[in-house]
Design a protein around this ligand. Sequence first.
Ligand SMILES: N[C@@H](CCC(=O)N[C@@H](CS)C(=O)NCC(=O)O)C(=O)O
Length: 252
Amino acid sequence: MEKLPLKEPLTIYHIEGSRAVRVVWTCEELGLPYDLRYKRRDLMGSMIQLREVNPLMPMAPTVQYEGKILVESGAILEIIQARHGGGRLAPPLESEDYPCHVQWMYFAESSAMQRFLSSWMVSRALGVTIDKLPPGYRDHRKFGSIDGQDMIGPLGVYDYMEDFLKTHAYFGGTEFTIADIMMHVVINVSKLLCWIYSEDYPHVHAWRQRVESRPAYKRAVAAAVPGGLNEYGLPADAPINPVYVLPPPRNK
Ligand SMILES: N[C@@H](CCC(=O)N[C@@H](CS)C(=O)NCC(=O)O)C(=O)O
């Protein structure tokens, strides 16, 4: 498997607690050099820094890669893996795992995160907590209805992930891949956005423990969120933005 040399370290513009940790994690897994730019415990300062290099689409991650400014974490991970992975972090094209690996790569942002954020935004727009969404939205497993067909909401997404992980060790299939890195952020924010507890889903929970025990994950978190992450996937040593309504404590 050809492995192209990286011409210069990636510059990763980051905001603590953001999806940019995916790029850091991938670089750590592959041993690629990177220059991580953000302001500690200063989300607005980090955003201003990011805006300077990417004024039209200031999103985290924004990455400077071989002279180009790139956004979209999935695309960035795929570029890094395909060019500099040397066959690591993705199944071979001919492997049985390849189609599912690609599916989860896209599913992370296009279906899972999109549904979590939609339900969260509806709850914010209506000024109610996620568990109090009106009929059709209230069971956020079903957040809309067209001709009697319920659409799949956040809990449906969890059921689907749990079902896949019953028979697969990773979203990448038999091996850990960048699809797992993509899916981790989604699962990490589900408690904050939709009050879904990954520990209620035994296979998702076991997967999460498996991937979080990887040394590269620990190095990525130490670099990208030095104060650690709280249970909501946010920086533990920064105040929580009041735009988020946290779930009530529960006895477990
Ligand atoms: N689909 C994009 C989403 C990037 C994104 O929305 N990042 C958030 C931080 S996690 C952000 O920059 N939000 C600020 C904004 O959208 O204005 C990706 O996966 O990179």
